[in-house]
Design a protein around this ligand. Sequence first.
Ligand code: IPD
Length: 330
Amino acid sequence: MSADTQTLKPVDLRSILTFTVKLARTAGTLILEGSQAIQTTSDVNEKKNSVDLVTEYDVAVEELVKSEIAKAYPSFKFIGEESYSSGTRNELTDEPTFCVDPIDGTTNFVHGFPFACISLGLIYQKRPVLGVIYNPFLDHLYTGIEGQGSFLTRGNSQPLKLPLTNPKPLPSLQKALLAIEWGSDRGKKTLVPKSDSFLRLAGDPADGIAGGRMAHSIRSLGSAALNISMVAQGGLDLYWEIGCWPWDVCAGIVIAQEAGGAVVGSHAALAAATSAGSSIDPFKVTPDVLTGRKYLIIRAIPDTLNETGREAQLRIARDFYQTVEDGEPK
Ligand code: IPD
């Protein structure tokens, strides 16, 4: 890497990955210590409302990560959930930029539900190029580099390439295991269309639910980064959320894409990209998609005689957006 031009080559990204994995594991130790401590104190603060939680450990982990990055890569920019919450606004530029959620799944962290992680993404030339997601409770490490694949390392085992098994076709939403999240906007304007959408995804159209898709089932892991990792792994068919932030999804986007997953922005973005005459790639993560706070991630689907995997992902994305209602995050 040349410091003056900030050109990142594949070999540079591999070396940044080594650094980032080490950092994620160090942060993981702090997260585990925090988890022990938080169960015996009630030191949980609220951000915009009583279900939008933050702890001193979110802040401490972000401080640790920020200072280690500043020492190792002083020219890199930094976007972090807690720095953003306390007023720091860093615009997206072409420069290498770490995009970090110190504890994704803070509610799980507070409750001792072992699905919380650190999510460390690297954005370069305005697109996510590297991702590390580490759940210290399960010792699951997800990594990915643009063009170099994505992997899951469980404990001391060898890294396993993602997806973990050969992907199967996905004929319809009815055959899918979906992930959604309740989010922290619980007012009528947000929650009613959201829960109506969940109703249609789960409901039986032959038994009173108009437009019901009767999907196999619906899950919420409580962490955007871990939902996306599970899609990359192949354990979930898709994940949809309106309202999360770039630091929740940045690392996961690389991990999912490298596992053959498709990342789509809002319903409107998909409609524009697939309208007649459009030359926009519906699966391209533009800065608008990255910062748009509306994400749909679909797992790898293999080519079949009738359609390519990419056509199948597009078919599922279209059907999904015909099923759910869009809304504006707060
Ligand atoms: C949240 C989690 C949650 C998702 C929210 C995120 P946080 O992140 O990922 O699953 O529904 O949109 O903001 O607050 O735990 O870092």
